[in-house]
Design a protein around this ligand. Structure first.
Ligand code: MIC
Ligand code: SF4
Length: 645
């Protein structure tokens, strides 16, 4: 390959298996891993089951950022488990309050040109610093920590040329909302978005991070920017210029697909309730009453954003009918804003200042009241995610959020007057005391891993059966998110380390009887539409159905991470050859799939399901390696059977 894109360069320098042809399976050497508490306990238990004494990657970190409400013993137990586990096995542990994994990773550990896998779908945020960062299931992280390659299909590389310059009050969030407007939540599947062009020069690293972060909502494998003088400047202010390397695409390289956005033409945008791709201009929906405003999340909670909000709030009060809460992305952001004095404006305005962490983004507090219009600087608004069933959550930039907070109505921030151009601080407050390094390997033996009663053993599946039969337990439509399959929120999220308990909540919002029915019927099938399992990396959306006896998911198409998680846990992902057959498989229909083992062994690309007199052809789109994983009953069984061979 003569001239390469940035993505191709990073992939080729990490390639240990396969060819860099779109659609082919590739194995990549992983440099670094990231975990968070809600997916990390399982990833740790899975790593432990592989029997390794220490992690084999150059850097691993686990962040406590999701489960920080601590309404019972569960979260505290998990935190202590993670801290002791991390210490023993060679992982850095970021304490609760230290910040959201993606923000802290960007600040303290991002490195251009390196490959990071993280057990959270927004891991690509680090693409803002030139890192190839991919969101995966916890088991894939565990396998990477054991030193094995990460496997995925080689994505298409999309070059997104940015021209022009953002106008005042228009932000990086509007760039990614424009991408969602054009491409929808399915538009990024099987793709990496590489941003380039003169327009990137007006975007700082956290702003680039915002764009990469919400590439997850496009369904993309990852997104990235080159590293340049702006990256070096950011890393220098972080006190770690030594971690910088310059890496960019070769000039004249070609992309599989091309797009162009003129930043000068963008306006403030907003996603309407229900889906991150329901995009409108703020001007089109302005004037509606607002009841709640939340600013934060891994998408939009960096220093400049907090300072801009603080500046707008100076001398103003939050509207009487609005409750406004702010959660800075990290302790560093909070500390730097506090050092610079602007925290006063936030407190004086009547906004509620929350600790750094995911908070309301995943329904851990701040659930809106009935019929409230909630305006958030977050990245996801699938129904019920906020913790309130019929919620009305809008997604937009912090600038739009703060404009709504002071006026009490959906407001285009350009109506606020002059834009505050916030300068970077000479240096961010650098204090890594919230990140506990692991014990030295010579002392690791002495560390005892603490396991409270919330830490339950890992359920495993038996080997693949030759016949899969049962009922369609549920049939769902297009774009069903993992939040719909395995909800989070303050009640359910603390059960992540306890699969028997959390499995009671599968499809809780859509069909509260699902778990009972699945158990009564001794398992069965799930039928889905397009892009089934979009959104998070949470493997509980596969693990819990597996525990309930789900044998296969038959869908029109799948989202990348969820599909990989199904395979990792031994649930067959099958696609309709003829999508109109979806209509034949209503809930309650009995179904039988024969000769599964032989079909997998022989590499069959289709398999037949029999439903009464109907014969339905289903696609088996699995690589040879994935077929072996399926036959073993999941990735952990597969790895164990190959250990030592
Ligand atoms: C999310 O934003 O949905 C989460 C919570 O961060 C998830 C991870 C999880 O469910 O633990 C994600 O994005 O992968
Ligand atoms: Fe946390 Fe929300 Fe980011 Fe997920 S999207 S990591 S819940 S802040």
């Amino acid at each position: 390959m003569s001239s390469m894109s940035l993505a191709q360069k990073i992939i080729s320098s990490h390639l240990v298996d396969g060819k860099m042809e779109p659609g082919q399976e590739i194995g990549l050497h992983v440099d670094r891993v990231l975990m968070q508490d809600a997916t990390g306990t399982m990833a740790c238990l899975q790593f432990e089951a592989m029997g390794m004494p220490r992690v084999k990657v150059e850097h691993a970190a686990i962040y406590v950022d999701h489960n920080i409400l601590q309404t019972g013993f569960e979260n505290g137990d998990d935190h202590r488990f993670l801290q002791t586990f991390a210490s023993k096995y060679g992982i850095h542990y970021s304490k609760p309050g230290n910040g959201i994994c993606h923000q802290v990773n960007l600040e303290r550990f991002s490195m251009p040109g390196k490959l990071l896998v993280g057990s959270d779908s927004h891991t690509p945020t680090a693409g803002g610093a030139g890192m190839m960062a991919i969101g995966v299931g916890g088991l894939d992280v565990a396998v990477a920590m054991a030193g094995a390659p990460f496997y995925t299909k080689m994505p298409k590389i999309v070059g997104v040329k940015l021209t022009g310059r953002l106008r005042p009050w228009v932000t990086a969030k509007d760039v990614i909302l424009e991408m969602l407007r054009r491409l929808s939540v399915k538009g990024g599947i099987g793709r990496i978005f590489e941003y380039y062009g003169e327009g990137i020069k007006s975007l700082g690293v956290p702003q680039r991070g915002t764009i990469c972060n919400m590439g997850a909502e496009l369904g993309a494998t990852t997104s990235l920017f080159e590293s340049d003088e702006i990256t070096l400047d950011y890393m220098t202010r972080q006190g770690r210029p030594q971690d910088y390397t310059q890496i960019s695409a070769d000039s004249g390289c070609s992309y599989d697909e091309n797009m162009e956005i003129n930043l000068s033409e963008l306006e403030p945008m907003i996603a309407l309730p229900g889906s991150p791709d329901a995009i409108h201009k703020v001007r089109e929906v302005q004037g509606a009453d607002v009841h709640q405003v939340l600013i934060g999340s891994c998408t939009n909670s960096s220093y400049v954003e907090m300072m801009t909000v603080a500046h707008v709030l100076r001398g103003k009060k939050v509207h009487p009918n609005v409750t406004m809460a702010i959660n800075p992305g990290s302790k560093q952001v909070l500390e730097t804003v506090a050092r610079d004095g602007s925290i006063y404006n936030i407190i004086a305005s009547g906004a509620r200042l929350l600790e750094s962490g995911c908070q309301g983004c995943i329904g851990m507090g701040s659930a809106p009241g009935t019929d409230w219009v909630s305006i958030r600087s977050f990245n996801r608004n699938w129904p019920g995610r906020s913790g309130t069933k019929d919620d009305k959550v809008y997604l937009t930039s912090p600038e739009v959020c703060v404009a709504c907070a002071v006026t009490g109505k959906i407001t285009d921030p350009r109506d606020l007057g002059e834009y505050p151009n916030i300068p970077w601080p000479d240096k961010f407050v650098v204090d890594d005391s919230g990140i506990v390094p692991p014990a030295l390997s010579s002392e690791a033996d002495r560390v005892i891993v603490s396991r409270g009663p919330n830490i339950r053993p890992l359920p495993l599946r038996e080997k693949m059966e030759n016949n899969l039969s049962g009922e369609v337990l549920i049939r769902v439509g297009d774009n069903i998110s993992t939040d719909a399959i395995m909800p989070a929120g303050a009640k359910i999220l603390p059960l992540r380390s306890n699969v028997p308990a959390i499995s009671e909540y599968v499809f809780y919002w859509l069909d509260p009887d699902f778990a009972k029915r699945a158990k009564d019927k001794q398992g069965g099938f799930i039928v889905g539409g397009e892009n089934y399992g979009q959104g998070s990396s949470r493997e509980h959306a596969a693990l819990a159905p597996m525990y309930l006896g789900v044998k296969a998911v038959i869908a029109k198409s799948f989202a990348r991470i969820h599909r990989a998680n199904l395979i990792n846990f031994g649930i067959l992902p099958l696609e309709f050859q003829n999508s109109s057959n979806f209509e034949l498989l209503a809930q309650g229909r009995s179904l039988s799939i024969d000769n599964v083992v032989n079909s997998l062994k022989e590499g069959a690309s289709t398999i037949e399901a029999l439903a009464g007199d109907d014969r339905i052809v289903l696609k088996v789109d699995l690589t040879p390696r994935q077929r072996q994983v399926m036959l073993s009953g999941g990735l952990l069984n597969y790895i164990r059977s190959h250990q030592g061979s």
